[in-house]
Design a protein around this ligand. Structure first.
Ligand SMILES: [Zn+2]
Length: 257
């Protein structure tokens, strides 16, 4: 039985640890100490580190973890991450027989140019997407173009609806506040805000989120929806109604929200 556990770090990061009763892999360790504490508390052997992109809050703990345990480090082809021992490309498979787990690499440029995500179909559909897709939101576009980010999100949205989305930050509540302004008539979103507020009041993580739910709530995955198009057009002025133009305007709107 696999457990996927969020180790909280910094203000709102989640470092995901996938493990059984013996072995663990860690994804995007921005800090080493809280991961080491968790591994020790569960008596787990670290077998690998996976990186989605070069930002320091996702990689800053790699050196410390390697001192704790010398393991392979998987990540994108990127001159910005020196610790990577196994660089991976689109469709590469990263297999961990110890956990009966195989992750497939999906390249998702946009937030950064080197950004990748890891997807597993078994034992259940799970996606580790770093700062690309968030519950009710998406990552900021720092290095890529809006078109790259849009295509990346479109690719992720092709995964099965049951896919659990393990985002790297607790941004859900603030994302919902924006989504509610864009999409005020969305009842699913309204109900989700109440659930999310209750979880946050008890300091419970609001992720993973489910892809099928995101498709009915996340405005960045709904740029072909008539209400979203009308809302973006009325806020941003006259715009082409094609999904990429809507996505681009929506992302700019959120940047200034
Ligand atoms: Zn980032």
């Amino acid at each position: 039985m696999l457990t996927v556990h969020p180790v909280a770090a910094f203000k709102d990061n989640y470092i995901w640890v996938i493990h059984d009763r013996n072995a663990a892999i860690v994804i995007d360790p921005g800090a080493a100490l809280p991961v080491i504490e968790y591994l020790r508390s569960k008596q787990l052997q670290l077998i690998a580190i996976l990186i989605t992109h070069h930002h320091h809050d996702h990689t800053g703990g790699v050196t410390g973890l390697l001192q704790f345990s010398g393991v392979p480090v998987y990540g994108p082809h990127s001159k910005n991450i020196s610790a990577i021992t196994h660089s991976v490309l689109e469709n590469d498979e990263v297999a961990f027989p110890e956990l009966s787990l195989t992750l497939t690499v999906i390249e998702v440029p946009g937030h950064t140019l080197d950004h990748i995500a890891y997807y597993a179909h078994q034992p259940f559909d799970m996606l580790f997407c770093g700062d690309t897709l968030f519950a009710c939101g998406c990552g900021r576009i720092f290095e890529g173009t809006a078109e790259q980010m849009y295509r990346s999100l479109q690719e992720l949205s092709q995964l099965p609806d049951d896919t659990l989305i393990y985002c790297a930050h607790e941004y859900t509540l603030s994302n919902i506040k924006f989504a509610r302004v864009v999409d005020p008539e969305n009842d699913t979103l309204e109900a989700f805000e109440i659930t999310t507020q209750n979880q946050r009041d008890q300091n419970i993580p609001t992720v993973p989120t489910k892809l099928g739910n995101e498709k009915s709530m996340n405005p960045f995955l709904r740029c072909e929806n008539r209400e979203i198009i009308a809302s973006v057009q009325s806020h941003c002025g006259c715009l082409q109604p094609d999904p990429l133009s809507i996505f681009t305007a929506l992302r700019n709107w959120k940047n200034n929200f």
